[in-house]
Write a protein that binds this ligand. Structure first.
Ligand code: C2E
Ligand code: CA
Length: 560
């Protein structure tokens, strides 16, 4: 052994056992003696099985042997017995250092988990394990991560963390019940375990969050491979009771040493990447990139431009038709703002509305959209002689505005637009801050004649029974649910549940994001009366929308 190796061997607090090719111990370090109570003279010449606690069956040891034969390595938790008879748990990594004849060696390195896991429990210490899924929890994650990072540092290896979240788990609980939600989590835990190698560890971080530690991977691509495997496994429907459920998951990946050299940073970066994946709303994984943290800087320039956009008349309103599924006629339109930036082109509201909300600009922008849409609607009403409903989005921030009711009233009078043809789209989060005040504002607007729709239903955190306190007319099913409807198995438990619940509360239902005739047919069969989506039309400018108003109703067989 080199001098440095010798120093590590003699001074580290982990136990180290070296055996020959017959797995007979040839050396142990002082850390081994410290943990087991046996000195080196007592251990040398024996097989490591002399430490057996008899808590594991033969199959367990056979699996370790198989992993060593196949992968040259095994890692996991194992219960052993100390010299004083005490049974304890250790975290063990064994390598097979293949060589010829006498030079062939097995090396075992282990940490005593006493203190982390209590010895007097027959199996596990429940403080460190999640009782629902049986997976180790966040506390054990910190511990193992610290331990694995030390190993990776020593070996100059790569290790990875995948942080995984189920999208919209809350709505599954709310619509299908906690028992169902719990079973889903257990099923997800099983699939995660099936997707990872023996040496990897899957943890439940709480609610619908999981983490996977990938120890000693060879290439960063290996982490991506595991992420893809998990996405594929979770894309298969989950059969719970007699219901088939499709879910989407978001995964964030961070790697040691590239994305951080201590566990807090690695976890934070994996989470940042996971949140980025979540923004896309579909099953996907994202590798952490430092640019995810430099976004703040980009926002500053955007903010500067946004301040001027209104006075420079750079905003436009697009209109997307809302179709009645029975008659296939246009029964309404949603007004959707666009920013026509001189250098960057058409910017989606997804990119600038959150910023406008943050800096308060949403108030003048919102007023402008409402005024433009009402004025345009009057023109169409005069031209086509029929009235239909215009839906305008109202953000939560606008509800904190003292004179919201007065401002809307002014705009309606000013454009001579009938409030009964105005539908305000609000999100579930609207009443989070000040529910009583929100309900009062909604009532005042309702008294004026305005209608209300709950937008993106299912993506927020409130239950339908809570929303029922609001004077709502319509529920808009978020497009991610429609996207996940599988045409080959038209079982879509969540959509069915939302439609049934909405109808029981006498709400009208609009499904967003309908892109295929199959989706439209499925929704019609299941009692959803109105839809909006690219299958019928993308949001278009006022001139193009005027053309749509002239066309005959869409035929049922029409494809795009
Ligand atoms: P939203 O209210 O959920 O609007 C529907 C979004 O779904 C629109 O995106 C629309 O283009 C898109 N969409 C419609 N049909 C389909 C489809 O079949 N497939 C797919 N993939 N997408 C479809 P857009 O126009 O980018 O608007 C994004 C969000 O920005 C809106 O989501 C809304 O929350 C917000 N927004 C837009 N205009 C305004 C506004 O004037 N005020 C406020 N406060 N928010 C607005
Ligand atoms: Ca909307």
């Amino acid at each position: 052994m080199h001098r440095e190796n010798e120093m590590v061997f003699n001074n580290c607090t982990e136990g180290i056992i070296i055996t020959d090719h017959n797995q007979v111990i040839v050396r142990v370090n002082p850390g081994f003696t410290q943990i087991t109570g046996y000195d080196s003279a007592e251990a040398i010449g024996k097989k490591p099985s002399f430490l057996k606690s008899h808590r594991h069956d033969d199959m367990f040891y056979q699996q370790i042997q198989n992993a060593l034969n196949n992968d040259g390595k095994w890692q996991g938790e194992i219960w052993n017995r100390r010299k004083n008879g005490e049974i304890y748990s250790q975290w063990l990594t064994v390598f097979h250092c293949k060589d010829t004849g006498d030079a062939d060696r097995y090396i075992g390195i282990f940490t005593d988990l006493t203190g982390y896991i209590s010895n007097d429990s027959p199996g596990r210490n429940y403080a460190y394990y999640d009782s629902l899924t049986g997976l180790p929890n966040r506390m054990l994650l910190y511990d193992r991560l610290t331990y694995m990072l030390n190993l990776a540092r020593r070996r100059k290896g790569i290790m990875g963390i995948l942080q995984l979240d189920l999208n919209r788990f809350k709505i599954i609980n709310d619509t299908l019940g906690y028992v169902f939600g719990d079973q889903l989590l257990q099923n997800v835990a099983q699939r995660l375990k099936a997707c990872t190698r023996e040496v990897d560890s899957v943890f439940r971080l709480g609610d619908d969050g999981f983490a996977v530690l990938l120890d000693d991977i060879l290439h960063p691509q290996d982490a991506a491979r595991v992420a893809k495997r998990i996405l594929t496994a979770c894309s298969q429907p989950f059969l719970i009771g007699n219901k088939e459920l499709f879910i989407t998951v978001s995964i964030g990946v961070s790697l040691f040493p590239g994305d951080g050299d201590h566990f807090e940073l690695l976890l934070k970066n994996a989470e940042t990447a996971m949140l980025r994946a979540k923004e896309l709303g579909i099953s996907n994984y994202q590798h952490y990139m430092p640019s995810m943290n430099t976004q703040a800087f980009e926002q500053l320039t955007l903010e500067h431009n946004l301040q001027k956009a209104l006075q420079k008349k750079q905003f436009l309103v697009f209109y997307q038709p809302i179709i009645d599924l029975n008659t296939r006629e246009i029964v309404g339109a949603e007004a959707l703002v666009r920013w026509n930036h001189p250098d960057l082109g058409m910017i989606s509201p997804i990119q600038f509305i959150p910023l406008a909300e943050e800096i308060g600009l949403i108030i003048p922008i919102g007023e402008w959209v409402l005024e433009t849409a009402c004025r345009q609607m009057r023109l169409w009403q005069d031209q086509f002689g029929k009235a239909f409903v215009i839906s305008v989005n109202l953000s939560a921030r606008q509800f904190q505005q003292q004179d919201l009711v007065a401002s809307i009233d002014r705009t309606l009078k000013h454009t001579r637009f009938d409030a009964r043809n105005l539908k305000l789209e609000i999100t579930e989060s609207i009443g989070m801050k000040n529910p009583e005040q929100t309900i009062m504002t909604l009532r005042q607007l309702k008294d004026m004649g305005a209608l209300f729709a709950i937008d993106d239903f299912g993506t927020g955190y409130s239950s339908l029974s809570y929303l029922n306190r609001f004077p709502i007319d319509t529920l808009k099913i978020d497009r991610s649910f429609v996207m996940e409807m599988n045409p080959t198995t038209p079982e879509s438990a969540i959509i069915d549940a939302i439609i049934a619940m909405a109808h029981s509360l006498s709400l009208n239902v609009i499904a967003e994001g309908v892109e295929t005739p199959d989706q439209a047919d499925y929704l019609l069969r299941n009692g959803c009366e109105q839809v909006q989506g690219f299958y019928f039309s993308r949001p278009v400018n006022a001139e193009e929308f005027g053309q749509l108003l002239k066309r005959p109703p869409w035929s049922k067989k029409e494809t795009k």
